[in-house]
Design a protein around this ligand. Structure first.
Ligand code: GLA
Length: 385
């Protein structure tokens, strides 16, 4: 893993100033964008995200005791805890992701040691690009390395998801942590969220993935997310199935009378979206970017109309993108209610696409969107310094 030399030097310097010694390692973990397969992971379904070239770095050095001392360069704040007594820190909520991972690793019987760390991230926070999963995965690698321990990337992703579910208190699925830990440069990651079987699928040549931030984040995302999860569980129960993963369109239609219209439409999204992921993987393998784009469009319509997790700004961003030359498909990505869209754009059209999208969205909403042309990045890793 090669590290950006300037960024590393700044972090070394921050570490020396803060902890009066030198760091020995750097853990890094990327954020992600999901190409397709939205709100399917917690239904045991399929997803197709990629790790992006925006990541979180933790430079650290092990300690001989069991104290974990953290400095967040982004929040300008310190937080410390002892690994044998881990509680949340309401004065530094960012540290709860690190604390949660330490807790989840300890729950697995891993004996941790202390460390000093400086944390710095380039994944936009609260934009739906999984900065929290990146922090968890990087923290897991730092804690394991400091303790001289190793677990597989899949086990690490599961421990990080457990930290988020049970310690931080967000009921997320496995997608974000998994792709942060196991992404591969130039590839999307096709994941079966039931079996955790996964395959790296190359991105179509000649196209770029463009992520556009709507710059809005609705309140109540968490409660709406949990409500959708409960509706999916209700639909599966009404069909006598373990999860919506096991449903097809025919089974759903024949069970329609046993569920409310709203629950039926949630299930219709999940069933169709799982099918779209399989078709998207197939299209990518054939290098068929046109079909991939059309599936992304259909995914957005389904999230907007059946799953009802889009919003006016996301719909506006998608509609503008689809009118611009060289854009083959666009959709909201992540949990929804604001955050980002993901766009499949011909490589030779990107330079014109980005400013045109910015200007038209600004004209329509008064908001200035951040737009990132993303490369599919390698998953998390640790380097000796
Ligand atoms: C959030 C969650 C993921 C997934 C998506 C929706 O990003 O963290 O687990 O459920 O929403 O696809």
């Amino acid at each position: 893993m090669s590290l950006d030399a300037d960024r590393l030097e700044r972090l070394r310097e921050a570490f020396r100033r803060r902890w009066s010694r030198s760091p020995t390692h750097c853990a890094r973990a990327p954020g992600r964008v999901n190409l397709i397969g939205e709100h399917t992971d917690y239904n045991d379904g399929f997803v197709l995200p990629m790790a992006i070239d925006r990541d979180i770095w933790i430079v650290f050095a092990p300690r001989n005791d069991r104290q974990v001392r953290l400095w967040s360069a982004d929040f300008g704040q310190t937080s410390a805890f002892a690994v044998e007594a881990i509680a949340r820190d309401p004065s530094a909520p960012w540290s709860d992701y690190v604390r949660g991972v330490a807790w989840a690793l300890a729950e697995r019987g891993i004996v941790l040691r202390g460390l000093d760390a400086v944390i710095q991230g380039e994944v936009p926070i609260g934009a739906g690009l999984s900065s929290s999963a990146a922090l968890e995965v990087a923290a897991g690698l730092a804690l394991l390395t400091a303790a001289g321990q190793f677990i597989s990337p899949t086990e690490l992703a599961l421990a990080c998801q457990r930290a988020e579910n049970e310690f931080v208190g967000n009921r997320c699925g496995i997608m974000d942590q998994f792709v942060s830990a196991l992404g591969r440069r130039g590839h999307a990651l096709f994941l079966d969220c039931r079996t955790l079987h996964h395959e790296h699928v190359p991105l179509p040549a000649g196209y770029r993935i463009v992520v556009a931030n709507s710059m809005v984040r609705r309140a109540l995302v968490d409660s709406a997310y949990n409500e959708r999860r409960a509706q999916c569980e209700e639909a599966a129960r009404a069909m006598g199935l373990r999860a919506l993963r096991d449903a097809d369109e025919a089974a759903l239609e024949s069970a329609k009378a046993r569920m409310s219209e709203g629950v039926y439409r949630r299930a219709r999204h999940v069933v169709a979206e799982n099918g779209r992921v399989l078709q998207a993987v197939d299209a990518m393998r054939r290098g068929d970017a046109g079909t991939l784009g059309a599936l992304m469009d259909a995914s957005h319509a389904s999230l907007r109309d059946d799953y009802e997790v889009s919003c006016r700004e996301l719909d506006t961003l998608v509609a503008i993108a689809r009118r611009l030359p060289g854009c083959l498909g666009a959709r909201m990505t992540g949990a929804g209610f604001g955050g980002c869209t993901v766009n499949l754009v011909r490589a030779d059209a990107v330079d014109a696409f980005v400013p045109a999208l910015r200007e038209a969205y600004h004209a329509a909403t008064g908001l200035a969107p951040d737009v990132y042309v993303c490369d599919a990045a390698e998953g998390a890793g640790v380097s000796d310094l």
